[in-house]
Design a protein around this ligand. Sequence first.
Ligand code: C2E
Ligand code: MG
Ligand code: MG
Length: 641
Amino acid sequence: MWNYSFTIPSLLILAIIFCFYYFRPRLPIRINRTFLFLLTIDVFVVLFDWLSSHTDEFPESYHSWILWVLNLLFFAFFLLRIYGFFLFYMDILDLKVSDHLLLHRTAPILLALCELILISSPMTHAVFFIDTFGYHRGPLYNILYVCFGGYLLMAFILVALHRSGLSRYEFVSLLSSIMILVIGNIIRAIFPNMLIMDTFCMLSILVLFLTFQNPDRYLTDRGQAYNTKALRSLLNEWHPNHRYWFLGFAMKNYPELRAIFGGNQVDECIVQINQFLADSFPGALPFYLKNGCFTLVAAPSVSLNGVKETIQKRFLLPWKTSSGDLKPTLAFIQGDSSLKGFSADRLVNTLLVSMDSASRSASNEVHTLQDSMEKLERQMIVRRCLEKAIENDEVEVYLQPLVDCQTETVVAAEALARIREQNGDIIPPEEFISLAERDGQIVRLGEQVFRKVCAFLHEHQASFSCFRWINVNLSPLQCLQANLSDQFVRILHEFAISPSLIHFEITEQAMIDSDTLNNQMRALQKAGFQFALDDYGSGYSNLIRVSRYPFTNIKIDMSLVWSYAEHPSPLLPSMIQTFQEMHFSVTVEGIETREMADTFRELGCDFFQGYYYSPPIPMHDFIMKYGLSSEHGNSGATPVL
Ligand code: C2E
Ligand code: MG
Ligand code: MG
């Protein structure tokens, strides 16, 4: 009477999916619970389908109550299964309860009605009944198809409505899954004796499993941890209603470790760290994001500080790999569900950016995501002001005098860029220069500063008697431009300025890409420009390296200057002496007091720059203060103070 041939393989395949899904790590989120529910229900449906069909086939061998119970259970699970499919489709579409409140409230009504009619069958014989001849369909048997069709239709409409939120692959998979169920249902209606419906349900589950639920999609390939996609899914559901904290930590020396030990060794270390996190904190969910960045997420009942201390303690010891002991240093960043007003996606993005910058920061303090968010918010404002200033030619140039050490007269100046906030406040360069460098805007900014300096010199050159040049800062990124020298020479010609009036300041950091920089400098030198090495002592340059480039002036970084002013040591005097023996002139930055000026004059420096003489001031003020028409009369040659 019944053809069982499809049931056994379906049950076996289902069992494999079930075991695989059940025993792999799963995130505690709704969609995973729904899928497990669907799998479990489907196992029961297939089981009771097989049992009830078998007893229906041989009714004389069983008590009628056994037939009643098995058929009731089969139909009850059968109805529940289609509701399970529907719930899963809803979860995939990420329908928020508040968005589709009515649908969420009303969706179970159809199921409840059908189940009620089914349960009444022993009294009403509505869906089926058992008599002395065995199993028979009742007059309301078709409510099974109504229930099935109703939920599939709703799912189809929802998928079609939310198509834009799905990738093409996901959309096609969802439609295929629904169509497979429809086809299975039609075949069941036409050939009721073939138990093939379960096979179609299993196939539909397989499609959903492969597209959305394969646990490996959410696991990192480096040990026992979830990946970034999993963190997004988790916080998408948890944030901000669920109470939780997270602790991110980044390996600060990750690039160096990879360079020294190689990728495989570092990956081996990451696997060990993930294992350590999984073993040590069973109450927390471990995530490995990327580039040596880890995150733990846990409920407030788990102590964040306890977890942090355990991690710090463990990282005092090395991680042993096949080719040596690795000792990563860590930067921590923490936060919790109290961060309102941010989407989960933004939270994860900020966490990634913050971990990246924390891993590059020299400080070892624990950062909070709240601070990082505020920092990013500020960066966005600065970025907008920067774009506007560059676009509208509104970058301002301030000048800070460079003073001859012996005569204490202004002989040159450094041009320093300024931009303004909407309310007119100045944004300091430390906020916008690094951003401009990161966004590539520094090239346009640098050109604007250079052009304004040329315009200033063109107009006011004659206002100074002993004024000899203006220093313009040149960013490493500008140096990568092949036509930089041509471009600057064109601007010089435009304003009829001699190149000897411009000195470019290049920082130590720019000297990393040595060949390109050297070629660029030689081209600019040929055009008549001169160079100063900026911030000497803040990086790693040495004298041999410096001598390879056509610098004429060395500017000693403030940190060295201040440190000498506080604790004099023979290092700085001998450094200055060596520079002079190598025919470099020496500028000392950060002179803030009379005593500092006296001290460094005695050491034989050539030029001073510092607040003691003047902070950077607008070009207009500079002319008023130091120009020929100023109250000093000829301040280019008169002392500054
Ligand atoms: P920098 O080139 O080393 O410029 C000197 C910085 O030291 C200036 O900061 C100046 O205001 C500050 N300074 C000078 N004397 C003293 C002092 O006595 N005490 C203290 N505490 N500070 C002093 P500013 O203007 O904030 O510029 C910071 C950095 O931004 C500059 O350092 C330079 O690297 C960069 N920058 C500024 N304008 C430009 C530009 O147009 N292009 C490029 N590429 N970088 C720029
Ligand atoms: Mg400078
Ligand atoms: Mg400097």
